[in-house]
Design a protein around this ligand. Structure first.
Ligand code: ATP
Ligand code: MG
Length: 279
């Protein structure tokens, strides 16, 4: 397990806000005053309700959208546009329908003007890792949902980005496949030095995968909770500590912490503090 607090900061945002102009020209603030530090090589999960601004936050972190105010810093430098060092798997994971699996995965190299001879072996290697060697010549419409998601992961990981942003990559999958791909992603993460930032609605998934958990509240989106949990019991969904944190985060998401009573809240914060000290 990597010790999160000892790692250098790779991506951070300071007083980050984003507003969109509506049809009647009125401004809607989607994200307000977000301050966040992401450590190099860590796994961060972002939880929040639908419409809270999670996808918008990921797009800002990847330079795919400009902030309305505040800054995103990547390796200490202001991030102006998207860069090949930050990969993103969008919520609709948009594979190109006219390209085969192999061509989709090699696309990142092609747009950089590289010759297929230089990258073909890397594409084959990553397809082997995601268990899709046999599907190399197929087109996206010939794949199952889970296969498409693995192609999307392979496509973004093959260029070895420093940071990989994943927007609900497993949301459309059944429980078994979802678990297989979660394990697959964790294995990839421990092999490579890629920083992963994954958005999910699923509290269990957020705890299983994340060393750092961030909860974004709605209207406008703000960070309402941030926890560091890196001990091994949080990789076991049946461990009592796991269930304890799960229950706490569900309450944070539902905004009904007060109903749980102050003692309960203090108890859970004590756990997260212990993890912070241990890590
Ligand atoms: N390009 C845009 N123009 C105008 N409004 C936008 C734009 N993108 C997002 N929004 C609005 O910003 C809010 C947050 O959207 P976002 O997609 O970030 O939410 P989310 O947390 O990812 O939701 P979900 O969990 O459903 O994916 C929504 O109200 C949405 O309508
Ligand atoms: Mg979204």
């Amino acid at each position: 397990m990597k010790l999160i607090e000892a790692l250098p900061i790779v991506l951070s945002c300071q007083n980050l806000s984003k507003s969109f102009r509506g049809r009647h020209k009125q401004e809607t603030v989607v994200l307000a005053d977000i301050n966040l530090e992401i450590r190099k090589g860590s796994f961060v999960t972002i939880l929040g309700q639908s419409g809270g601004g999670k996808s918008t936050l990921l797009k800002l972190l990847g330079g795919f959208l400009p902030p309305s105010s505040g800054n995103v810093l990547f390796n200490g430098q202001s991030l102006k546009n998207n860069t090949p060092d930050i990969g993103m798997i969008f919520q609709d994971h948009n594979l190109y329908p006219w390209m085969t699996v192999e061509q989709n995965v090699g696309f990142g190299f092609r747009i950089k003007g590289e010759k297929p001879g230089n990258y073909k072996h890397l594409v084959h290697e990553i397809l082997d890792t995601v268990g899709l060697s046999h599907a190399r010549k197929l087109y996206p419409h010939q794949l199952s949902g889970g296969m498409r998601q693995r192609v999307a992961i392979a496509r973004s990981i093959v260029v070895k980005p420093t940071v990989l942003l994943l927007d609900e990559p497993f949301s459309a999958l059944d429980v078994q496949l979802r678990r297989r791909l979660q394990e697959f992603l964790l294995a990839l993460w421990s092999e490579m030095n890629t920083t992963m930032i994954l958005v999910t609605h699923n509290v269990e998934e957020a705890i299983l995968l994340g060393q750092k958990l961030v909860v974004v509240g709605s209207n406008p989106g703000r960070i309402v909770e941030e926890m560091t949990i890196s001990d091994i019991q949080y990789r076991d969904r049946y461990h009592p500590d796991f269930l304890h944190v799960q229950r706490y985060l569900e309450s944070v998401l539902e905004g009904n912490l007060k109903e749980q009573g102050d003692n309960y809240y203090e108890e859970v914060l004590a756990i997260s503090r212990i993890q912070k000290i241990n890590s």
